[in-house]
Design a protein around this ligand. Structure first.
Ligand code: OKP
Ligand code: ZN
Length: 341
């Protein structure tokens, strides 16, 4: 019986503070705040089953194993530009033809960022690479110790595509960890995403591949961000045909109905027989979440943890969303406790 969960974080998560987001053309309060990671860290520090570590890995080479180098270079340049301009970088024109080419900095802003919620700040590049490093370090512990691990990543990752930022995400931490495990000899890895939003980035990265099964439960794209993906008929293409599963849910779905869907999703995972499981662990399906739209309770996160733990596959949980800061720490603890039970 495992009695401890290593928690890996980086001080860089406290270094950037998005001032606002643009929602439907209006200035809106930023949801993805430093407070989130502060609340989680306080909760894990009070839980007696956690072992808190600071990541020491250089994340950059691992980021580049998943993301296009031109894109990563853009995030770096835009972070510098934001510092020069003393202003967050937002996009204004998105590519409107598929042969579009970004050859100046206005075009690049639209090419490499797909929404107006994801500003680039002076500290964005460093924080992005440092958060990815937490996920890689988590994967290293997972390989070595074969026990549950938790990477407290901020910025989150599951909306970041190979060459686009969006949804508060710049580097796909879960995908980077999965790729690291494959590069270290694993043949089959699963990413299971229970953040309330569809993980379009993870889906994008592995859509044509069979070595990563991607399974997502989320509020249906008819209602919620990222709006364009997350439908149940997105099954993967080419080699990847059959290794992508989406389980979209109606608004207000509560514990009981969610549980039926969770069972279906876990059955798909069991059948695939992954060597490792990466959980994209978002807690924004909680009933009090200000942007989520579903109705899960804090005790139910323990059930999710139980069922993931029962798979008997070493699991790395990578922090994604969760914006009800008052309960975020408790939700994380409930879930991690469930894995250990
Ligand atoms: C990121 B993750 C207006 C709502 C903006 C953006 C959602 C990004 C979610 N303030 N919605 O999956 O938790
Ligand atoms: Zn989310």
């Amino acid at each position: 019986m495992q009695k401890e969960i290593p928690v890996i974080y980086t001080p860089a998560s406290f270094s950037y503070n998005p001032p606002y987001e643009l929602f439907n053309g209006k200035v809106d309060t930023a949801s993805e705040t430093i407070e989130r990671v502060r609340m989680i860290l306080t909760a894990v520090a009070h839980a007696d089953f956690t072992d808190i570590r600071i990541s020491k890995v250089n994340g950059l080479p691992y980021v580049l194993n998943v993301h296009d180098s031109e894109y990563v270079d853009y995030i770096k340049r835009a972070s510098d530009e934001s510092k020069q301009e003393k202003s967050p970088i937002f996009p204004s024109v998105h590519p409107y033809v598929d042969f579009g080419r970004a050859s100046n900095h206005v075009a690049e802003r639209g090419q490499y960022v797909f929404d107006t919620y994801t500003p680039i700040l002076p500290e964005t590049y460093n924080a992005t690479v440092a958060a990815a490093a937490c996920a890689v370090e988590g994967a290293k512990v997972l390989m070595k110790e074969k026990k549950p691990v938790y990477a407290l990543t901020r910025p989150p990752g599951h909306h970041a595509e190979k060459a686009k930022a969006g949804g508060y995400c710049y580097a796909n931490n879960a995908a980077i960890a999965a790729q690291f495990l494959l590069d270290s000899g694993a043949k089959k890895v699963c990413v299971f995403d229970f953040d309330v939003h569809h993980g379009n980035g993870t889906q994008d990265i592995f859509y044509e591949r069979a070595d990563v099964l991607v399974v997502n439960i989320h509020a249906a794209p008819e209602y919620k961000f990222p709006y364009f993906t997350g439908y149940a008929d997105e099954h993967g293409v080419n080699e990847g045909e059959g290794s992508n599963y989406n389980f979209p849910l109606n608004l207000k779905t509560g514990d009981e109905a969610y549980d039926l869907t969770l069972n279906k999703a876990l059955a798909v995972i069991k059948k695939y027989k992954p060597e490792y499981l990466i959980a994209s662990a978002g807690f924004d399906a909680h009933y009090t979440d200000p942007i989520g739209g579903l109705s899960l309770t804090t005790p139910y996160y323990r059930r999710i943890g139980n069922k993931i733990g029962e798979l008997g596959v070493p699991v790395l949980s990578v922090q994604e969303g969760g914006y009800a800061t008052e309960v975020l720490g408790q939700n994380v603890i409930s879930y991690l406790q469930g894995i250990l039970d």
